[in-house]
Design a protein around this ligand. Structure first.
Ligand code: SF4
Length: 425
């Protein structure tokens, strides 16, 4: 089916960057981003939110990295996240270095509050060596004071000049794997700034109206700004900034793209974990098989395929239905609750059967029909797997050790955040 986006202005040609496997720019599908609201050090809470965001349509998720504990959290989160993770950096360049050590697939730097040129170049050089793209995230509310003075305020020209200055520093160390944002809470200012940026740069643009507030006002502002630019062919990845559950941001982003014909409509929503050291099955093969079988049914259902029973049911508890592998078995779950355990060879068949019944009979009826022994059997398998694979199959402890060493080499561990140090866009 041809997308109705052919009725909009042609997409502006840009360079292509790739963020953890997600292509951005140069004709790639416009991607949806959101940001977690949990403390990044709360690994389980953050992962549960990331899974919920992915299920709601987020292609990329950003987490704040504002202190050493957050960087250590990222070392746990990144290998278990279903989508690429971007670390949000304000003030502290050493947090960018720590996030890179943790394995993040992208960084966001705010030129307004991370200002020492040597530090910026150090981060860019490290990102260059690791092949990790950076977003130059300019924000009207935290514009560099010199530019504020020069232009008499946060004008479109001032926002674009801030990005140009940062980009020039990156280029001094041979780094241009960059996307750019020039956000403002004023929709009119944001639109003018992005129009100017689209003439000044051929790098992909990340669109957003910052601090848009709670829905419905925040949704209207975001849609007015982002939708206007997308219709003009400007923008390669988007984020709604709502004062709400971030799942609403992801959903809104996805719906906007679908309504403009920039992304295909979804029937089945199959999510799958990316697999990691704990996986007990070839997740890619099982996910493909499940997708093929379920797509024939055309059911409006979210289904998760997870590599292990240790974390799978919990991480994907937002999904209607899922299967997690372990001990040559498939652990079938509905909204995170194990309802049946089947032999591994029957995983996909069981998933398809349950999907049909779930849609026909509803969640409550299928929960009531759960096998009474299933939870206990899954718990025993979970414990057995923990013993086999150990508590740290992703070598997270090693990464954390390196992060701590780096932190000690710097001016000592960063204790916390400065006033106004929270990610605002
Ligand atoms: Fe998460 Fe388990 Fe998949 Fe690893 S194998 S990403 S821990 S569900």
């Amino acid at each position: 089916m041809e997308l109705s986006s052919s009725l909009l202005s042609p997409r502006r040609p840009t360079r292509r960057i790739t963020l953890g496997g997600v292509p951005i720019g140069d004709g790639a599908p416009v991607s949806v981003q959101s940001m977690t609201t949990t403390k990044t050090a709360d690994v389980d809470g953050t992962l549960a939110q990331i899974y919920a965001l992915a299920a709601a349509g987020a292609d990329i998720v950003r987490c704040t990295c504002n202190e050493e504990a957050a960087a250590e959290g990222l070392a746990h989160i990144v290998p278990r996240s279903p989508v690429p993770i971007v670390a949000d950096i304000h003030f502290h360049h050493e947090m960018a270095l720590a996030a890179l050590e943790a394995g993040v697939q992208g960084l966001r730097l705010n030129p307004g509050n991370l200002r020492k040129e040597a530090e910026i170049k150090q981060v860019a050089a490290e990102a260059r060596d690791r092949g990790v793209p950076i977003r130059i995230g300019v924000n009207a509310g935290s514009l560099h004071p010199d530019l504020y003075k020069k232009y008499g305020g946060a004008t479109p020209e001032a926002l674009v000049e801030s990005a140009q200055h940062e980009l020039a520093l990156f280029e001094e160390v041979g780094f241009s794997d960059v996307k750019i944002s020039v956000k403002a809470s004023s929709v009119a200012l944001m639109i003018a700034a992005y129009r100017l940026a689209s003439e000044a740069f051929d790098h992909p643009l990340h669109l957003g109206v910052t601090e848009a507030g709670p829905p419905p006002g925040g949704l209207i502002k975001g849609t007015a700004g982002i939708g206007t630019l997308l219709a003009e062919g400007i923008g390669d990845t988007i984020r709604y900034s709502l004062t709400a559950d971030p799942v609403e941001e992801a959903r809104a982003g996805r719906q906007l793209l679908e309504s403009l014909g920039l992304r295909e409509r979804k029937g089945l929503d199959l999510i799958a974990c990316p697999s990691c050291g704990r996986a007990q099955v070839d997740v890619i093969a099982v996910a493909k098989e499940a997708q093929h079988a379920l797509e024939q049914l055309n059911l409006p259902i979210q289904v998760a395929v997870m590599g292990c029973v240790v974390n799978g049911p919990g991480e994907a508890r937002e999904a209607d239905l899922g299967i997690a592998a372990g001990k040559q078995k498939g652990h079938l779950f509905i909204r995170g609750k194990i309802v049946r355990v089947v032999p591994e060879a029957e995983m996909v068949r069981a998933l398809v059967d349950e999907a049909e019944r779930l849609v026909a009979e509803g969640v409550e009826a299928r929960m009531a029909a759960a096998d009474a022994e299933a939870e206990a059997e899954a718990e025993a398998d979970r414990r057995a797997l923990l013993e086999t694979t150990g508590a740290d199959p992703n070598h997270t402890a090693e990464k954390i050790e390196i992060i701590r060493r780096h932190a000690e080499e710097e001016a000592g561990p960063v204790a916390g955040v400065e006033a106004g140090d929270e990610a605002e866009d």
